[in-house]
Design a protein around this ligand. Structure first.
Ligand code: GAL
Length: 420
């Protein structure tokens, strides 16, 4: 009797396991992403939880490396070997390049049901759709790169008050900080980080039209101009303010230097804010957020979007659940508050966000209205990857002293010409 019970129970258990197994297999998303820093992982958790509430199991596929350089390498090898992930975090031109390969799933039905056309900023839609106008990505945030983050205590100690308006004022402040014995600039020497600082300096030095002509349109005359030489000279100047161990440092470790009061400022996109918040620091009280000096009025944007690969009909439902979760206004509020970014929807009220994010949302709307909203080159919204990487190489080589400013200008013109 007991034996019979055991075997029946075992049979039932196997049946149940099989049933649960197949249901779980249908409702699993494997997500390739590069959100491994503290603030990033915390934001990702908001998404994981939301999906789990909807019965979708999250299979994590993190590939560390800021701006997704390494993640994109892994993605290429996964797709080439016929083993694409269900969903992938992606930026700008990477999205449209994959769409051109015909390997990503069409989300248009969901998009029209949920009215994405009317709520997603137009600047993003260009990258969320394929050449036939089908929606192929769900944008989760809008980040921007021309920010400066500062340790308020150090600023108070050396007597810096209010916003730093321009380059000359910035240099005065950095000199004061250096004299006070701190590392003025927390710097991570990796190509994408060099490029993040470089694009802010391009905007600060040449102004908005110059930025657009140089790093969105790649106009040869602009790239080869005296103003561009001045940009490289300014990068050399910034080198005076970094510590000797900058080379190869991850961006979040540079942020930690500002958080811990070892360094005064970091020039980085607003994902850095996620780190300050995680350290329980308050904008305006413990840390300062302001635009990179001299770039107020313009916004260099990038947006993380989720792209679904064509991996079979059995994954379709989970993919749509993920896309729909990502686009829901409540989710966008919860996620972006933690991530440091702002929502990728125009219909979300700013009330629940901190002062820094509210400033960011207002500036984004104004820059959009005044045509001063530009794609960040360093984060995939300025050019396809070949051109982007060509610029990275020159900027990094120059920062590390391999080129004079004059040589860098010529190398930039040549590298862009051969990559296009
Ligand atoms: C950006 C991305 C952000 C953040 C950052 C550092 O490209 O948009 O979400 O993760 O890289 O990794």
């Amino acid at each position: 009797m007991y034996k019979k019970f055991v075997s029946t129970f075992a049979g039932l258990a196997t049946g149940a396991a099989l049933f649960v197994g197949s249901a779980a297999a249908q409702e699993t998303v494997e997500v390739l992403h590069w959100w491994t820093a503290g603030g990033e992982a915390a934001a990702l958790n908001v998404l994981k939880k939301q999906l789990e509430e909807e019965g979708v199991t999250w299979e994590d596929m993190p590939v560390a490396g800021g701006s997704g350089v390494q993640a994109m390498t892994v993605l290429r090898s996964r797709v080439t070997s016929g083993n694409a992930p269900t969903a992938v975090q992606m930026l700008g031109y990477d999205i449209t390049e994959w769409a051109d390969q015909g390997v990503v799933a069409d989300l248009s039905d969901l998009a029209s049901k949920e009215n994405w056309d009317n709520v997603v900023p137009t600047a993003l839609q260009k990258f969320s759709k394929n050449s036939e106008g089908q929606w192929i990505a769900a944008p989760v945030d809008v980040h921007s790169t021309n920010w400066m983050w500062a340790n308020k205590k150090i600023f108070d100690e050396v007597g810096v008050e209010g916003d730093i308006k321009d380059w000359d004022q910035l240099i005065e402040v950095l000199d004061k900080i250096k004299e006070a014995g701190y590392t003025p600039v927390a710097y991570g020497g990796q190509p994408w980080q060099d490029a993040t600082v470089f694009e802010a300096v391009v905007l600060a030095t040449g102004g908005p039209d110059f930025y657009k002509k140089a790093l969105n349109d790649f106009d040869e005359e602009t790239l080869g101009s005296d103003t561009m030489k001045q940009v490289f000279d300014r990068m050399t100047k910034l080198h005076d303010y970094v510590d000797p161990n900058f080379s190869g440092r991850d961006w979040n470790l540079a942020t930690a230097m500002v958080i811990n009061g070892k360094a005064a400022v970091q020039f980085m996109g607003d994902w850095a804010k996620g780190e300050f918040l995680r350290a329980d620091m308050k904008p305006g009280e413990d840390f300062v957020c302001q635009r990179f000096p001299g770039t107020e009025g313009s916004v260099l944007f990038n947006s993380d979007q989720f792209v679904m690969f064509k991996v079979g009909e059995d994954k379709r439902d989970a993919q749509l659940k993920l896309a729909s979760a990502v686009m829901s206004p409540e989710f966008q509020i919860a996620f972006n508050k933690v991530k440091g970014s702002v929502p990728a929807r125009t219909d979300v009220a700013p009330d629940e966000f901190d002062a820094c994010a509210q400033k960011g949302m207002k500036q984004l709307a104004e820059a959009n209205e005044n045509n001063h909203l530009y794609g960040s080159l360093a984060h995939g919204y300025g050019a396809p990857s070949a051109v982007k990487n060509a610029v990275f190489d020159v900027v990094t080589a120059h920062f590390n002293g391999e080129y004079t400013s004059e040589e860098a200008v010529q190398a930039l013109v040549d590298a862009v010409a051969s990559a296009r």
